[in-house]
Structures are given as structure tokens and as C-alpha cells.
Design a binder for this molecule. Structure first.
Ligand code: PEP
Ligand code: MG
Length: 537
């Protein structure tokens, strides 16, 4: 039997299934005479639950690192949230009901509220509020909360998995995670990624599959229960090859990106949202070379506020713990359309009103983002990067606006750090005047996806032209070389953040050109490092 699902982490697992069944917490509503006593029980239970979470946090830090463990800090904060606690105590006092019931009802109400939100990240918090409520009820009932797994390593199948359950599982006993519910934004998915374990969500499994032999294909998104002998053999071979590949790559973690003759290059990672940070760390990237901030806008129905953006940038900066995070300002337009921007339909959107062009005309949108970025800059090492640049004049305009924002923040007494500001080189115009642009900015990052599309006059979205979209075209390679030379002449650094940066057939050439940084999808960090380290003089 084959069930389809959505992979949240790739890989292949083969083994027996263990279906996790939670002991359903039966919470009855009872009338209490002594309200004071119930309020005291809540206080004590909360303190105990917070202590448990602190312990879980310590355990998670050891097993999956700071960023993966952060969820338990969030849970502690949620448990101490005044609205959440007020709702519980008000119910107890006004309805004279037992603490367990008040917690269960509050948990359901809050979870429903989160689930109804538009933002995917907030939606995923419904599972967290249920998790903390169940913990509180378990403490009130004097029960143990940890999910139990058999002795033998197994494929864990569950309706849903709370983050606390995920981290409490003995890692050496888990071959893969498969859930019916959950989202790729959920912390369980983040933890699965951080743990390097194949994971599937949205799997509509049926019948009693507990104890059955199965294969989890985290590449194709398949759960194969009771596989035929032939299929099993195939997957065993693939799994062996995968493991060998991973083992070799894992050995590169913590190693430098240095050639045999001592030349160095930074290998950073590209991300689209906060949850990608886990795989950045997991793959040992030196920093984030491109955070496509427009995804914050794409995930919403209205403009994200300064505060919302600030929280995202701050979280990423903190999770990267001082490592560089290059955040690209809004690159909306072309293939990334957002209804609430009210943009007109255009004949040539890729060459239309987009990215920095919008920001320089609708400066209120731009300033909101810059304020959030500068405010977040004190929580780590943030650099700001501007997309779709074609002229020196644009850069000067941008710098003036950034200066205005800094002045306003200073007047308001809001702290901000010294932020490196750079531009993307992704138009032929920018490449051709890179000597002039290099005098204006702190760094260049070459966006080869757009640079190729504009240089070759081939719409990168047009599938019919895929075969002639030649990213190795000499025109593109010459521009890259020229941009790097011009950058170095002015004493600034130059990197590549387009897909070409992860093309391992070009890694040697890039290093030889003197490219300072390659920013690639997280899973390509170690393969690129491997090539660099194998390079001869
Ligand atoms: C690029 O154009 O190469 C780039 C990195 O930006 P995006 O793919 O988001 O346009
Ligand atoms: Mg681009």
C-alpha cells in the first residue's frame, strides 16, 4: 500500500512502523466549592510545567542546538502569557469550575483562534497552545507527558506530533516521522529537519499499520507499507547510497572552505523564511547570504507591519547567533505578485514596476521595512541588500532614505547597529557600471537568475525556452568576472546568490575568479565545500 504525503525533510527510512497513540486526556467539568484552592492548583501546575519545559529546553539544546530548542522557550512564554492565564483563572472564578476543565477550554479557544489566522506561521501555533495546555492538564492530573516508543528503532507515525513529544523521543530510536496533520512551518517539521530525519506530513494513512514493515521516501513523499521484495531491495540500495553520501558530507561539518593551496571562500545559505534557519545551521553554512524578505509579504493578505517584520528579522538574527544575515529588501513584482499591492497588469512584468522601483516610489513601504531591519540589527549581524539596481542615482536615493530612517530612529532613542549595505548585481546595466557602483556600497551579490534572463533576453519563467536558458553562457561568466574585479578594485567583496552559485561544475571557476562568497540552498553547502576542499592549486 502506498500513501502520498508532503516531504518536510528528505531521506529514506526502512523499518517497522510504530503508531503513537496519545492517552486521550479525559477532562470532566466539575463544580468546585473552593475557588481559591483551584487557583492555587493552577499556580503550582504552571510553575511545575515551566520547570519541565526548562528541562526539555536543556535536553533539546544538547540534541538539536539552540535554534531547535527555542520552541521550549516559546512554550514557557506562552504558559506565562497573561491573556492565556487570565482566561483560565476567570473561568475558574466566574463559573466555579475545576482547573483541568478551564485549561482544556482555554486551550481549545486559543488554538481555534490561532488556526483561524491568515498567517501560516501563526496558524501553526495552534499545535503549540494545545501542547502547553495538555502539559498543564497532565501536571494537574499527576501524569507523565512523554510519548513512549518501543526499544527497536522505528518509523514514527502519528496523527500529529507536538514539539515536546518530538524532542522527548529517543533520537536513536526514530527512523522517520510521518504525520497525518501538521504543517511544514510547524516546529515539529523544523525539529525533524534539524534532526536530519526523513519526515512526511499530510499522509492519509488508514487501517491498522502499527508494527508493519514500511519505507519512507522523503524525496518523492511516499509511505510504502508492506513493500514488495523487489521494491524493498531497490530502496535498501538507495538508502545505502544516501547514507554513504551523507556520511561523507557530514565529515565536512565544522571544516573550513579552503582549497589545498590555502584560498578561502565563504559558503552561505539562501532562505525564504524563519523556519529555513534550522537547515542553514544543520548544514553548517557560514551565514545567510540571501533572505528573500518578500516571502513575508507573500504570506500575508495585508502589508506586514514594522513590528511583525522586526520580529522575523530579530528571530533570524538571534538564531544565527552573530553569523552574518544578509536580508534583501522587498523584491515583489514579476513572478511574485501580491494582491494588496494593487499593482497593474503589465505587458512585461519582469521588466516592470517591481522590487526597488516600487520601494523608491512608495517610500512608506520601504521605510517601514528599513525601520524593522535597522531595529533588528542590534540582535545579531544584519546586512541589507537592495535588488534590481540599474544606476548610481538609485543607490544614492536608497542611501538617503536609509539615512533618514536612521536619523528618525536615533531621535526616537531606538538603538540600531552599524549595518553593511550592498546591492544585487542582477541587471546587465549594474554589471557594466559595477566599477561606479562599487564606490557607493559595501558589497555586491550577483543574482545570476535575473542576470542570465536579462543578458540572454530569455524569460526565466518560460518553460519553452528552458533549453536555451544557458546559465553557463560566456556573456554571463564574463560579467561575473568583471563584477568581482571591479568590486576588489574598490576594496569591497562580491558574492553570488543566484542558483548558479550552487552549480558544482563551476565552483572551481568561481574560486579562481576570486568570488568571496557563494550563497546556496542549505542542502548544497556541504557539497560545495567538498569541491572547494578538493581543489588543487
Ligand atoms: C537572482 O535573481 O539571481 C536572485 C538571487 O534573486 P531571485 O531569484 O529571488 O530573483
Ligand atoms: Mg533576482
Amino acid at each position: 500500500m502506498i500513501y502520498g504525503g508532503k516531504p518536510v525533510f528528505s531521506g529514506i527510512a526502512i523499518g517497522k512502523i510504530t503508531v503513537l497513540k496519545k492517552d486521550n486526556q479525559c477532562v470532566k467539568r466539575t463544580h468546585v466549592e473552593n475557588v481559591e484552592e483551584e487557583l492555587k492548583r493552577i499556580d503550582a501546575a504552571k510553575a511545575k510545567a515551566v520547570a519541565q519545559l526548562q528541562e526539555l529546553y536543556q535536553k533539546a539544546v544538547q540534541e538539536v542546538g539552540e535554534s531547535g530548542a527555542m520552541i521550549f522557550e516559546v512554550h514557557q512564554m506562552m504558559l506565562e502569557d497573561q491573556d492565556y492565564l487570565d482566561s483560565i483563572t476567570n473561568m475558574i472564578s466566574s463559573q466555579q469550575i475545576n482547573a483541568e476543565y478551564a485549561v482544556a477550554a482555554t486551550g481549545d479557544n486559543f488554538a481555534e483562534m490561532f488556526a483561524g489566522m491568515d498567517d501560516d506561521y501563526m496558524k501553526a501555533r495552534a499545535a503549540d497552545v494545545k501542547d502547553i495546555s495538555e502539559r498543564l492538564i497532565s501536571v494537574l492530573q499527576g501524569r507523565d507527558t512523554s510519548a513512549q516508543v518501543e526499544d527497536e528503532a522505528a518509523i514514527i507515525v502519528a496523527e500529529d506530533l507536538a514539539p515536546s513529544e518530538t524532542v522527548q523521543l529517543d533520537k536513536s530510536k526514530v527512523l522517520a516521522f510521518v504525520t497525518r496533520f501538521g504543517s511544514s512551518n510547524s516546529h515539529t517539521a523544523i525539529l525533524a529537519r534539524t534532526m536530519n530525519i526523513p519526515a512526511l506530513i499530510s499522509v492519509e494513512y488508514s487501517g491498522d499499520i502499527d508494527g508493519r514493515m514500511a519505507i519512507v521516501d522523503g524525496f518523492a513523499g511516499k509511505l510504502i507499507v508492506d513493500p514488495e521484495e523487489k521494491v524493498l531491495k531497490e530502496y535498501e540500495e538507495r538508502s545505502r547510497q544516501e547514507q554513504e553520501k551523507r556520511r561523507l558530507l557530514q565529515e565536512l561539518k565544522g571544516k573550513e572552505n579552503v582549497t589545498k593551496d590555502g584560498r578561502r571562500i565563504n559558503i552561505f545559505a539562501n532562505i525564504g523564511n524563519v523556519s529555513d534557519v534550522a537547515s542553514v545551521l544543520q548544514n553548517d553554512a557560514g551565514g545567510i547570504g540571501l533572505f528573500r524578505s518578500e516571502f513575508i509579504y507573500l504570506e500575508k493578505d495585508t502589508f506586514p507591519t514594522e513590528e511583525e517584520q522586526f520580529q522575523v528579522y530579530k528571530t533570524v538574527a538571534e538564531n544565527m547567533a552573530g553569523k552574518k544575515v544578509i536580508i534583501r529588501t522587498l523584491d515583489i513584482g514579476a513572478d511574485k505578485q501580491v494582491d494588496y499591492f494593487g499593482l497593474d497588469k503589465e505587458e512585461n512584468p519582469a521588466m516592470g514596476y517591481r522590487a526597488i522601483r516600487i520601494c523608491l516610489k512608495q517610500t512608506d513601504i520601504f521605510k517601514t521595512q528599513l525601520r524593522a531591519l535597522f531595529r533588528a540589527s542590534v540582535y545579531g549581524t544584519i546586512s541589507i541588500m537592495y535588488p534590481m539596481i540599474i544606476s548610481v542615482q538609485e543607490v544614492r536615493q536608497i542611501k538617503a532614505i536609509a539615512e533618514e530612517v536612521r536619523k528618525e530612529l536615533a531621535e526616537e532613542g531606538i538603538p540600531f547597529a552599524d549595518v553593511e549595505q550592498g546591492i544585487m548585481i542582477e541587471t546587465p546595466a549594474a554589471a557594466m557600471i559595477s566599477d561606479l557602483l562599487a564606490r557607493e556600497v559595501d558589497f555586491f551579490s550577483i543574482g545570476t537568475n535575473d542576470l542570465t534572463q536579462y543578458t540572454l533576453a530569455i524569460d526565466r519563467q518560460n518553460a519553452r525556452l528552458d533549453d536555451i536558458y544557458d546559465s553557463h553562457h560566456e556573456a554571463v561568466l564574463r560579467m561575473i568576472r568583471m563584477v568581482v574585479e571591479n568590486a576588489h578594485r574598490e576594496g569591497i567583496w562580491a558574492g553570488i546568490c543566484g542558483e548558479l552559485g550552487a552549480d558544482t561544475t563551476l565552483t572551481e571557476e568561481f574560486v579562481n575568479m576570486g568570488v568571496d562568497e557563494l550563497s546556496v540552498t542549505p542542502s548544497m553547502v556541504l557539497p560545495v565545500r567538498k569541491i572547494v576542499r578538493e581543489m588543487q592549486g
